[in-house]
Design a binder for this molecule. Structure first.
Ligand SMILES: Cc1ncc(COP(=O)(O)O)c(C=O)c1O
Length: 418
């Protein structure tokens, strides 16, 4: 059969109607906000306020965890986790090279050294093997990033961490309601960190959550998010901090919106899961296309969908394929972030702060921080041959069918004309 004429060559578009959209905020958020304002205080811990306390409690309950600390962002949550674990100058923290800056910002503020581990070629996650290759006597913690709603392979990672006495922080900013072998990610390591910034599955504008099962860690995390004051209600307020900590408090406005958003979370993640798995089912037979791999027994909530292409098998470059998809009406884009995070100037020049090379060069650090090109070859290659598609809970069945049809049509043309 002759391949259909592509839209980029003047043919009809595969996508015939605009992608589904909808309002993520409604009367539920408004009612909560009104209640928050009627408290006559927006401070999260005044004793008269309830929204942040309730949001935090509900979040912990949904995750089946005893302790939860509210924060002002995902970046703050990760910094709080590091602070609670006592990460400090010269400590190495292993993390992912394909992530948001929020993952490593806290490491640098604690004067610790981010160390980047390579990724699995198809889940785009760190693995026990790639992490093991980076462990040194200085390694104190790892921040495993469950990228795009897809769980890391946590059993071997936890085994490795316990063997080397390394603390595990889970970066779940992109991973709500994601299951690793039936367990929710964010509840498996020592601490789980979440973001409720406006781009995430649920939004409070900005905000974050820290989950832990350890009471001592909880107390330290709570303090670290609030100037290291003693503010838990079982003790008198104490302002005599022994260690430096920022103010990462959540306000009642965020708590109010968060409470209403949590009621919508399960529906949002179910819809995204179905959409992403449906896309995989629709394109996995195409030679030259490698779908976004979710390992068997796991469940992804697809913050985005990213597949890889093999240009030789496909008969065109990654960028040509993206251009053709866009012409078909698909919101495709090449790769994710422009480069692995260790290639940004701050790392390459080792200039996180002005006037100094701290923490990379320091009396507390006897290692050599390596941020050279080729450090994580698989991660670098992923960014060169991956194609990303947004996923949204408002996308429809027709959107799914037409997205699959668009990819298959472009594939058929290039593959058929090789
Ligand atoms: C993987 C990951 N970690 C951390 C963050 C930081 O979250 P926030 O923007 O809420 O500070 C983000 C946000 O994009 C993220 O995607």
């Amino acid at each position: 059969m002759k391949p259909e004429k592509l839209a980029i060559h003047g043919g009809p578009k595969a996508k015939t109607v605009p992608y589904g959209t909808g309002m993520r905020f409604g009367k539920e958020e408004l009612a909560q906000l009104e209640e928050a304002l009627n408290q006559n205080t927006l401070f999260y811990w005044s004793g008269r306020s309830d929204k942040v306390v309730s949001f935090t409690k509900k979040f912990a309950e949904m995750y089946g965890m005893p302790y939860c600390v509210p924060t002002s962002s995902g970046t703050a949550s990760l910094h709080v986790a590091l602070g609670a674990l006592g990460i400090g100058p010269g400590d190495e923290v292993i993390t992912s090279p394909i992530t948001d800056a929020g993952t490593y910002i806290g490491i640098l503020f604690q004067q610790a050294i981010p160390v980047f581990a390579d990724l699995d070629p198809h889940t785009y996650n760190m693995t026990a093997e790639t992490i093991a290759a980076r462990i040194t006597p200085r390694t104190k913690a790892m921040i495993v990033v469950h990228l795009a709603g897809n769980p890391c392979d946590m059993d071997p990672i936890m085994e490795l961490a316990r063997k080397h006495n390394i603390k595990v922080i889970e970066d779940c900013a992109q991973s709500y309601n994601c299951y690793y072998k039936g367990r929710l990610v964010g509840t498996i390591g020592d601490i789980g960190c979440f973001s409720t910034n406006d781009f995430k599955h649920i939004s409070t504008g900005d905000g974050g959550m820290v989950l832990t099962g350890d009471e001592d860690l909880y107390r330290r995390a709570f303090g670290f998010a609030d100037k290291n004051y003693t503010r838990l209600r079982d003790k008198p307020l104490g302002r005599a901090a022994e260690l430096l900590a920022p103010n990462y408090r959540m306000t009642e406005l965020q708590g109010a919106v968060g409470l209403a958003q949590l009621d919508k979370l399960n529906d949002i993640t179910e819809k995204r899961n179905k959409w992403g798995d449906g896309l995989t089912a629709g394109i996995s037979d195409l030679p030259g296309i490698h779908p976004h791999l979710v390992e068997e027994g796991n469940k992804s909530s697809y913050w985005f969908y990213m597949f890889r292409v093999d240009p030789d098998e496909l008969g065109c470059s990654r960028d040509e394929f993206v251009e053709a998809l866009v012409a078909e009406g698909l919101p495709a884009s090449p790769g994710y972030i422009p480069q692995c995070v260790y290639r940004i100037p701050m790392f390459v020049n080792q200039t996180a702060y002005t006037k100094t090379n701290l923490p990379f060069v320091s009396e507390h650090y006897d290692g050599v921080a390596d941020y050279s090109e080729g450090l994580c070859p698989e991660a670098e290659q992923i960014l060169l041959d991956a194609i990303r598609l947004p996923v949204n809970e408002f996308f429809t069945e027709q959107d799914l069918e037409e997205t699959i049809a668009g990819i298959r049509k472009v594939w058929a043309w290039y593959h058929g004309n090789k």
